[in-house]
Each structure stands twice: as structure tokens, then as C-alpha cells.
Ligand binder design. Structure first.
Ligand code: AMP
Ligand code: MG
Length: 549
């Protein structure tokens, strides 16, 4: 297939991205193996019979490194740049394309808010190259905001600092939480202004521009297949499916009708796990269109996402979604399944037996159900959750809707609820105050009555814990491994954006390093684990976000 080595010695040193020795680890398999758009111009147009278009990043005024993820650099074998400007930053800002890189914009379509939107494609993202890391794995380096492509429609191909920082920060935070996600290597300021109408109210303003270098084995989406089937480009459909299977699902074997079916089922399984993990940590994607669904089951395209603060199944961070709430927290599992049905439709020319597609969808439901029950058991610290515990879980969720209760803090502090065995107080019931006290940090309402909505449930919970007869310390340790203390709360991201806009990198760097250990106590960073302050309740970027990015 290609002549790059499969594995490199484990002590392979990291090199400067521009070091010519690194070029031996560059590859362009997507470009080589799949059909290209024959035109090389970037004017917007419908593209036919192709999976991508060749593009060149458009130069920016003054690329400057704003943030760098060392662990992603290590995965790729790229050394941290020594200076904030220079040739490496020129590459990551789109001003320099290295020998061996064949940049492209991918063609895809998608269902947006439930409706077929036709061709979308990478309107501002460009994959520069694939790199083989020291671990032998292939990963794309993709710049988001690098200029116009044939898929830009009427937009400018650029991205603003606030949305780029949010993507950089959150994708890394999700990785450390253990959620399947794309990664980010760098955040580069462009030195150019980008005009955006953030509130869609006719008041466009100049904002600083930025480019994130995203990293993932592949950015192929459900929509990459939908566009081909909707245009009856069935040869291209098969080629893309074969490419994805051979390159990213080699364990399934050589493509064949049976392998296509098993592949679809595997995508369903991975998607179920991804969404169950979102629900575990309180992540709301905000734009679960089929063009934003990864064929590898990774969280992709961080836009107007948000973190659940007050536990509310109906909460959506996306202002465009405020009316319909299609993409609210509680509907994510159902929407992921709806999206998988769209993918099933797109793959149906390859998997003609409906029963195979139905089996995949059933796998989604089963895996999601199993994962989410197990996750809830882990979050509550139950040793062996069964269907008999469903009522306990449902009652908790109902209680959390009665009064605004911070999801992250509630679950984190549940481990501190005194669950001493009833025998030690001669059978006396623990009093409400003692049970509720550890949970106080989670309640948005102040006052003596705060938390009263949970007291009935807490008694039932403690009774249930007694059945497990596990030492409190052991239970707490287990719970703290699944209930994070630190998440990338929207208002924290906004504080990092405000500081970076003023040239101060320290807020972002501190957040990045704390979010690398989200399950650890880190008492010196306690201020980053508090519930959202009242000033942030209605401030732009801190609670609701527009799609403008
Ligand atoms: P998103 O909502 O970010 O997933 O984007 C949906 C579609 O709009 C994708 O095809 C994007 O490439 C495209 N898009 C979003 N913003 C821009 C922009 N500023 N310039 C060009 N295309 C864009
Ligand atoms: Mg997108």
C-alpha cells in the first residue's frame, strides 16, 4: 500500500515538524486511494464523483503559537516549537506547506436539524497530511480555519479565536476524561481579523482569527457516505467504504458484503459507547447533525457544545436549538440512533439485506442500554447494578429536576454522603442534614432548605449502599474514577478566551493542565471546581452559544 515503516523504535526522538527527516513519516493515503475533484480552484461549487478536492491553505498575516498540547506532539513524534513564531508555526497557521503534504478538503453532505442539507464539505478545514506516529498509528493533521475551499459556500473559510480555543480546550479535556474524541495539537493566532455577527442581530464585529490543528485517525463522517449515495455515486461509495475499512477497521478483514454489515454494526457499537460517555460526564454536543458524526465513533466538530451545570435533560447550549431542543442533553442517545439510521440508508447499496442494518441499529440500542446502566451504577458507587435499581436511578433524575443541582458536583460529592451501616446507631435513621451536608456545593439555591428535594431519595440510596457492604473508602475511590471533579465549564472557557484575547495565556494553560487530571483532587485548583457563578448565568459564551464561529 505504501512504503512507510509500520512501527518505529519506541525511543524514536520527537523532531521539529519542519525537520526533513520527519517527511519519511508523512503519507497521503486518502488522496492517493480515493477519487479527487479534477478542478483545483477554490470557488464554491457542487463537486461530483469525488471524495475530496485539492486545496492550499490561504496565507494569514502573522501566525503566532497560542497553545500546544505536548501529549499530542508526543503521539505524533513532533517536538514542541521553541518559539512562538517560525517555520513550524507557519505550517500550523497555513502559511507553509511542507514537501510531502498534499492538502485536501473532504466532500460530505449531511442532515442538519433533521433535514437533508445536500453538499456541505470541509468549508474551512483542510487536512494537510497523515502522519505515522512512533506508535505506528496513522493520524491526520487538519487545520480548521485555513481558508476557502470549494465547500465554503458563501462563508469565509476562517475561524475566530473564541471557537478555536473552545475546540482545542474541550477536545483535550474530553480525552483526559476518557471520552472517545479527536485531539488538538496547536492553537495558532492568525493576526487577521475575522468578521462575525455573534448574536445574529445584524451587528457584525471584527474578532481575532485563529486556527486549530486537529488530530484524529480520520475525520470521515456519516455525511461523507450520505452525499455519495444521494447522488447515486455508488462506485465512489464502495471505494470510500473499502478505504475506511482497510485503513481504520483492518481487524474486520477484507471488504465483502458480510464485512460491510459487521462494519456498520461496529460503528453502531462505538457510537453507543461515545454517547453513553457524553451522558456520563454531562457533555452536550449541541449540533448532532450527521455531518458532525464520526465514522470512527469519536466526538468531532466542537462548536456550540456545553457542559451540563444544573441537571436538566432538556438543556441545550446551542441558541439555534433553543426552540426545538433537538440536540438537548437528554435526547442525545435518541438522536445518535436517528443519525445511524441515516447512515444505514447511505450504506444500503452495500448492505442490501435490511436485516443486517436492523441488527446494527439493535446493537446500538443494546450497547447503549448496557453502558448507560453500568455507568449509572459506577457513578452511584453500586457494586452490581441491575434492573432492580432502575427505579432508584429514575427517582434521582426526577429529584434533580425539582431544584437546580449541579451535575458534576452532585455526583462527585455523593461519594462523601455518610453511609455508615445502620447497626452502628442501633438502627436509627441518619438524619437528613447529615446526608445532605456533603452535597451543599452542588445546589444553586442558597439557604437552609437547599437540598431538601433530595432527602427522600438519599435515604433510599443509603439503604441500597448497605446491601453492598463495601468500605466507604473503597467506594469513594471507585466513584472518583468516574465522576470528574473538573470539567471544561463554559464560563471557565470564556475566562480563558477573555484573557487570551488580552494576550494572557496563563488562564488557558492552567485550565489545560488541571483538565489533564480531571478525577484528581488538586486542592490548589479548587476554584476551578466550583459551580457556575451567578454572573455567568446569562453572559454570552458562558451558558448559551450561537453557531457563529
Ligand atoms: P458546522 O456547523 O461547523 O459543523 O459547519 C457546517 C458546515 O458549514 C460545514 O460544511 C463547514 O465547513 C461549513 N462552515 C462553517 N463555518 C464556515 C466558514 N466560516 N467558512 C466556510 N465554511 C464554513
Ligand atoms: Mg461540522
Amino acid at each position: 500500500m505504501n512504503d512507510i515503516p509500520r512501527h518505529l523504535p519506541s525511543d524514536t526522538p520527537s523532531l521539529d515538524l519542519c525537520d526533513p527527516k520527519l517527511a519519511s513519516r508523512f503519507d497521503n493515503s486518502f488522496v492517493r486511494e480515493l477519487p479527487a475533484d479534477p478542478l483545483r480552484q477554490d470557488f464554491p461549487r457542487p463537486v461530483r464523483n469525488a471524495c475530496y478536492s485539492h486545496v492550499r491553505p490561504a496565507a494569514v498575516a502573522a501566525p503566532e503559537l497560542l497553545a500546544w498540547a505536548d501529549s499530542v506532539g508526543e503521539l505524533l513524534g513532533i517536538a514542541r516549537p521553541q518559539a512562538m513564531t517560525g517555520p513550524v508555526i507557519d505550517v500550523l497557521g497555513g502559511n507553509l506547506v511542507l514537501p510531502g503534504m498534499q492538502p485536501y478538503a473532504a466532500r460530505y453532505g449531511g442532515h442538519q436539524f433533521g433535514n437533508w442539507a445536500g453538499q456541505l464539505g470541509d468549508g474551512r478545514a483542510m487536512t494537510l497530511v497523515e502522519m505515522l506516529g512512533p506508535d505506528g498509528r496513522r493520524r491526520e493533521l487538519q487545520l480548521k480555519g485555513a481558508g476557502r475551499t470549494p465547500y465554503s459556500r458563501r462563508a469565509d473559510g476562517r475561524a475566530v479565536l473564541r471557537s478555536s480555543l473552545r475546540e482545542f480546550l474541550c477536545s483535550e479535556a474530553m480525552h483526559y476524561l476518557g471520552v472517545p474524541t479527536t485531539r488538538a495539537l496547536s492553537l495558532v493566532g492568525t493576526g487577521d481579523a475575522v468578521e462575525r455577527d455573534m448574536f445574529y442581530d445584524g451587528n457584525a464585529e471584527d474578532e481575532p482569527g485563529a486556527i486549530v490543528c486537529r488530530v484524529a485517525p480520520s475525520f470521515v463522517r456519516f455525511g461523507s457516505f450520505e452525499i455519495l449515495t444521494s447522488n447515486d455515486e455508488l462506485d465512489e461509495l464502495r471505494r470510500l467504504a473499502d478505504y475506511v475499512i482497510t485503513t481504520h477497521y483492518p481487524e474486520l478483514g477484507a471488504p465483502s458484503p458480510e464485512v460491510y454489515a459487521r462494519w456498520f454494526e461496529e460503528i453502531c457499537r462505538r457510537t453507543a459507547i461515545m454517547v453513553a460517555e457524553w451522558m456520563r460526564v454531562g457533555f452536550v454536543h449541541g449540533v448532532m447533525n450527521t455531518d458532525n458524526m464520526s465514522i470512527l465513533g469519536l466526538t468531532i466538530d466542537y462548536g456550540p457544545y456545553g457542559w451540563l451545570e444544573g441537571y436538566d435533560l432538556g438543556w441545550t447550549p446551542n441558541t439555534t436549538d433553543a426552540q426545538g431542543r433537538r440536540y438537548c442533553y437528554g435526547r442525545q442517545p435518541e438522536i445518535a440512533q436517528w443519525n445511524l439510521l441515516r447512515l444505514a440508508g447511505a450504506l444500503s447499496p452495500l448492505i442490501p439485506d435490511r436485516a443486517d442494518l436492523e441488527a446494527g441499529i439493535n446493537t446500538y440500542g443494546r450497547v447503549y442500554g448496557e453502558c448507560s446502566r453500568r455507568i449509572m451504577g459506577d457513578k452511584l458507587g453500586l457494586l452490581d447494578i441491575t434492573e432492580d435499581d432502575d427505579a432508584l436511578v429514575e427517582e434521582l433524575i426526577e429529584a434533580l429536576h425539582v431544584a437546580e443541582t449541579d451535575m458534576t458536583l452532585l455526583f462527585r460529592h455523593l461519594a462523601d454522603v455518610p453511609a455508615g451501616l445502620p447497626a452502628d446507631a442501633a438502627g436509627a435513621r441518619l438524619n437528613d442534614d447529615a446526608l445532605i451536608a456533603p452535597l451543599r456545593p452542588a445546589f444553586y439555591a442558597e439557604g437552609a432548605g437547599a437540598g431538601a428535594h433530595l432527602s427522600v431519595w438519599l435515604h433510599r440510596y443509603v439503604e441500597r449502599l448497605h446491601r453492598d457492604n463495601e468500605a466507604a473508602g473503597a467506594r469513594r475511590a471507585r466513584m472518583n474514577r468516574v465522576n470528574p471533579k473538573y470539567v471544561a465549564r463554559n464560563y471557565l472557557a470564556q475566562l480563558a478566551i477573555d484573557a487570551l484575547t488580552d494576550g494572557d495565556r496563563s488562564v488557558l494553560n492552567r485550565l489545560l493542565s488541571v483538565l489533564e487530571r480531571p478525577y484528581d483532587e488538586q486542592p490548589e485548583h479548587q476554584d476551578l471546581a466550583l459551580r457556575r457563578p451567578e454572573w455567568a448565568r446569562h453572559k454570552a459564551g458562558c451558558s448559551a452559544l450561537s453557531c457563529s464561529s
